[in-house]
Design a protein around this ligand. Structure first.
Ligand code: PLP
Length: 449
C-alpha cells in the first residue's frame, strides 16, 4: 500500500526537480522504499525493473554491500575533512590519484564537486580564471551543442541547449552560444557519417569565426547527448571536434557525466576515439549514486596556467565545504573497484550485444522512428508518422502515457517530452534481466499504440 500520508506530505512540501509542479501534485509521487540489484520496490509493493539506473547513475545496481561497508567505515573513522587550506583525507587523495590513472592521458589534476552541475560550473570558473591570468582576458565566449545538457546551475544552465531550462529563466547568457547537434536521424545533410561530421566541424568553425577566436574560450560537448534523447554522433565526430578545437586554439571540455565509467563501453567515451580533452567533467557513475560527488579533471597546462597565474601566492577563490568529501570518496573508490576488480564493467560489455539486438528488433514497431545505442545507453525516438518522422507534440502527453504504461508493466525508463525513450540499465544487469527488460519494453510500446 502507498502510504497516503507520505504522498500527501510530498504534495505539500517537496519540490521535485524538472517536474511540472502542479501536474505532479495532482498525480502524486511514486514513493520508492528499497532496491536490490536491478529492481526497485515502491510503497505500493510493486517490484519495478529499473532500466535507467536511477538517473543514469546506479551503474552497479542497488544494494551493493561492500559500498555500504566502505561508507560506514569512513563515516566511523573520519566523517569529514576539509579540503580547504592544506588539509586532506586519504580516500580523497587516493580517488584523485585513481582518476588521474584511469582518465584519458594528461588529465592529472582533479577538483571534486558534489555532482555534475557544479562540475560544469567549476569548469566555467576555472576556464575564465585560466584565460584571465594567462594574459588572454578577451577569451570569454563558450559554445555548446543544441539539445546538450550541462546541468542547471545558474551559469552552467546557459550551456544546456534544452529550451525548458531557459523558459522564464532569463539570467544573462550573452557569452554562451550553441551550434546544432550532430543528429543523424534528423541531419540536414543526410545520414552519411562523414558528411555529418564535416557539417558539424564547419558549424563550429563558422561560430568561432563569427565570434572571433580571440574571444572564444571553450567548446563543451557530451560524447553522446544523453538528455537530448540519447543522440549518438557518428564515430569520428568526437575526434574531429577535438582536433578542430586545438586548431582554433579553444579549450575542449568533454562532459562525461553520463558517458563516464563504462556507460558506452570503455571507462570513458573519449577513449574510444583516443581523445584527450583539456578538461573533463564527471559525476553519476563515479559513486554510482550511492553518495553525491562529481569532479573536474584538467590538463597540466590548464592547471599550471591557473597555479602560476598573475599572482601565484594568492589563493584561487573557488571551492565548497564538501569538495572531496571523504565518505563520497570512500564510496567512489569502492565503486571503481567493483567496476574493475569486481567485473561490473566487463559484465556491462557482455550485455551490449543483447541490448543492441533487442533495440534493433524494435525498428519495425509502428511507433519507433529511430533506434540509437552506444554501449549500455539506448534511445528509441517515437514518432506519430514514421514516413514523415513526425514528432509527438511537446509537453507531457506522450511522455506521461509512456511512463504510466511502463509502470503497469513494472518497468522504469526515461520518457522525454517528445516521446523519446532513454535506457541506461545498470552495468551489473544479467542476461535474464536484460531479456525481461526488452520484453517489457515491447509490451509497453504495444500498450501505448
Ligand atoms: N552534464 C550531463 C551530461 C548530465 O547528464 C548531467 C545530469 O544529468 C549534468 C551535467 C548535471 O549533473 P547533476 O544532475 O549531477 O548536477
Amino acid at each position: 500500500m502507498q502510504s497516503n500520508s507520505l504522498v500527501e506530505a510530498d504534495r505539500r512540501h517537496l519540490i521535485h526537480p524538472v517536474a511540472a509542479y502542479r501536474a505532479h501534485e495532482q498525480r502524486g509521487a511514486t514513493v520508492l522504499t528499497s532496491g536490490k540489484g536491478m529492481y526497485l520496490t515502491d510503497a505500493a509493493g510493486n517490484e519495478l525493473l529499473d532500466a535507467f539506473a536511477g538517473l543514469w547513475c546506479v551503474n552497479i545496481g542497488y544494494g551493493q554491500e561492500s559500498v555500504v561497508a566502505a561508507a560506514t567505515e569512513q563515516m566511523r573513522r573520519l566523517p569529514y575533512a576539509t579540503g580547504y587550506f592544506s588539509f586532506a583525507s586519504e580516500p580523497t587523495i587516493r580517488l584523485a590519484e585513481k582518476l588521474a590513472e584511469l582518465s584519458p592521458p594528461g588529465l592529472d589534476r582533479v577538483y571534486f564537486t558534489l555532482g555534475g552541475s557544479d562540475a560544469i560550473d567549476s569548469a566555467i570558473r576555472f576556464i575564465t580564471h585560466f584565460y584571465n591570468v594567462t594574459g588572454r582576458p578577451t577569451k570569454k565566449q563558450m559554445i555548446a551543442l543544441d539539445k546538450g545538457y550541462h546541468g542547471s546551475s545558474s551559469t552552467g544552465a546557459g550551456l544546456t541547449g534544452l529550451p525548458v531550462f531557459h523558459r522564464a529563466f532569463d539570467l544573462p547568457r550573452a557569452w554562451q552560444h550553441h551550434i546544432p547537434a550532430p543528429y543523424p536521424y534528423r541531419s540536414p545533410v543526410g545520414d552519411d557519417p562523414q558528411a555529418i561530421i564535416d557539417h558539424s566541424v564547419a558549424q563550429l568553425r563558422a561560430k568561432v569565426e563569427a565570434l572571433g577566436a580571440e574571444n572564444v574560450a571553450a567548446f563543451f560537448a557530451e560524447p553522446v547527448q544523453g538528455s537530448a534523447g540519447v543522440i549518438v554522433p557518428p564515430r569520428g565526430w568526437l575526434r574531429a571536434i577535438r582536433e578542430t578545437c586545438r586548431e582554433l586554439d579553444i579549450l575542449f571540455v568533454a562532459d562525461e557525466v553520463i558517458t563516464g565509467f563504462g556507460r558506452t563501453g570503455p571507462m570513458f567515451a573519449c577513449e574510444a576515439e583516443q581523445v584527450s580533452p583539456d578538461l573533463m567533467t564527471i559525476a553519476k557513475g563515479l559513486t554510482a549514486g550511492y553518495a553525491p560527488m562529481g569532479a573536474v579533471l584538467m590538463s597540466e597546462a590548464v592547471y599550471a596556467g591557473i597555479a602560476d597565474g598573475a599572482d601565484p601566492t594568492t589563493p584561487i577563490g573557488h571551492g565548497g565545504t564538501y569538495s572531496g568529501h571523504p565518505v563520497s570518496a570512500a564510496v567512489g573508490l569502492e565503486v571503481l573497484s567493483l567496476y574493475l576488480q569486481g567485473g561490473i564493467l566487463a559484465n556491462g560489455q557482455a550485455r551490449v550485444p543483447e541490448l543492441a539486438a533487442g533495440l534493433d528488433a524494435l525498428r519495425d514497431h509502428p511507433l519507433v522512428g529511430d533506434v540509437r545505442q552506444a554501449g549500455m545507453l539506448g534511445g528509441l525516438e517515437l514518432v506519430s508518422d514514421k514516413l514523415r518522422k513526425t514528432r509527438f507534440a511537446p509537453g507531457l502527453g506522450i511522455a506521461d502515457r509512456l511512463s504510466q504504461a511502463a509502470y503497469k508493466r513494472k518497468l522504469i525508463f526515461r520518457a522525454f517530452g517528445d516521446g523519446t525513450i532513454g535506457l541506461a540499465p545498470a552495468l551489473s544487469c544479467n542476461a535474464d534481466e536484460m531479456s525481461i527488460l526488452l520484453d517489457r519494453l515491447r509490451a509497453t510500446l504495444d500498450d501505448v499504440l
